[in-house]
Design a protein around this ligand. Sequence first.
Ligand code: 5AD
Ligand code: SF4
Length: 465
Amino acid sequence: MTGQHKRVFIRTYGCQMNVYDSDRMADVLRPLGYALADAPEQADLVVLNTCHIREHASEKVYSELGRLRDVKTERRAEGRDLTIAVAGCVAQAEGEEIVRRQPAVDIVVGPQAYHRLPELLAEAERKAAILRHGKRRPGAGVLDTDFPAESKFDHLPSPQGVRAGSAFLSIQEGCDKFCTFCVVPYTRGAEYSRPVEAVLAEARQLAAAGAIELTLLGQNVNAYHGEAADGATWSLGRLLRALAEIEGIARLRYTTSHPRDMDADLIAAHGDIPQLMPYLHLPVQSGSDRILEAMNRRHGRDLFLSLVDRLRNARPDLALSSDFIVGFPGETDADFDDTMRLVEQVGFASAFSFKYSRRPGTPGAALSGQVPEAVKSARLAALQALLGQQARDFNVSKAGTTVPVLFAEPGRKPGQIIGKTPWLQSVYAEGNLRLIGHIVDVELTEGHPNSLAGRIVTHAHEVAA
Ligand code: 5AD
Ligand code: SF4
């Protein structure tokens, strides 16, 4: 123990859910006297909040753990200590294996057990003390990777994380879809929706703390089916309508969705709710029915295309984003062609695309017909060239228009600030730092592959100081 002035460094890998969870861990640790550190070297406790979706993510974690072991060894030589915790989906998926591979790890904690961090820390400190006094050899770290019956949401403190007017709100966790490539159903567990009242209360609290944009989070967020106080079950569409009523909330977003859960009410919500931003991340993964079937996606190419039509009918300026996997086992040139044609047909404003990586324990890992690395690389390059062109075209198409931008942070050059358009494009403009956290009208002057240049047109007096 180093007394009251303890410091924690949290490194976050992967998705926005992990960013949210890292903030919650900081909230749990604050009452224990932990302030945030900027680097592992300054910290008494380092938490790696890990991602297991793709292979290299967990390898990165192990190499980071190797570096932390060295820091810990140096510390011990000075008579001090460094506590190392592994959280997130690698912790959930690999459990004790982490401590076997890297014995310097003190705590392994799965995403459902963050509220137990104080207990786990106390136990790790007790073990370390026993070790220091040489009474007995320590066990293999302290582990909690159970899926408890109650929700972690009931135990974690309310979020404080409003950054520049923007906040995440986790409304759903886990997934029951079991896509054959994906670890999420195993690492995050069964689909769970937070009760409506808890979500609304947190949203009001965030609005009161200055949030004007809320991004609802969940691994399968549009599967949301939260229980309301009167026992009714609310869908995501209904929840969005209620959130839009909260004073001060100017922007709503949600991520990540599954095509099968895009119901009529949610599609209609895109037309009805002015605060719901005209941008939707809707992973399709592949354009080939054969591969979609092998992925157990429970939707075909036509369902996806018809959703796109219906969404664009509801909200004509909707920008679409998606996830793609190339080189799923059995994917032929013809299957890949189907993906390219789907991309051409839809036109995406942005996208994430990946080479298939075998995740142990998922059905896909055992499939025959694994695609050679070189083929995957060639397909990924072709797909990314097309998606990159579409993203650029989309940005260029907005040049010359004036749009509301929520400024989020200072730019790289002095005097510049960076914000987001309704379509989640990054815009940089000359502007006062005072505008950060505000929505300001910006004339977009130039479209680039990953951003736009703009000129602020709102007069300063129109923006609340
Ligand atoms: N290999 C490659 N990409 C994957 N994803 C999930 N699992 C894998 C895997 N085994 C991608 C999917 C998903 C995104 C978050 O990560 O495209 O939508
Ligand atoms: Fe994974 Fe998404 Fe499929 Fe769920 S729906 S198994 S999170 S890819």
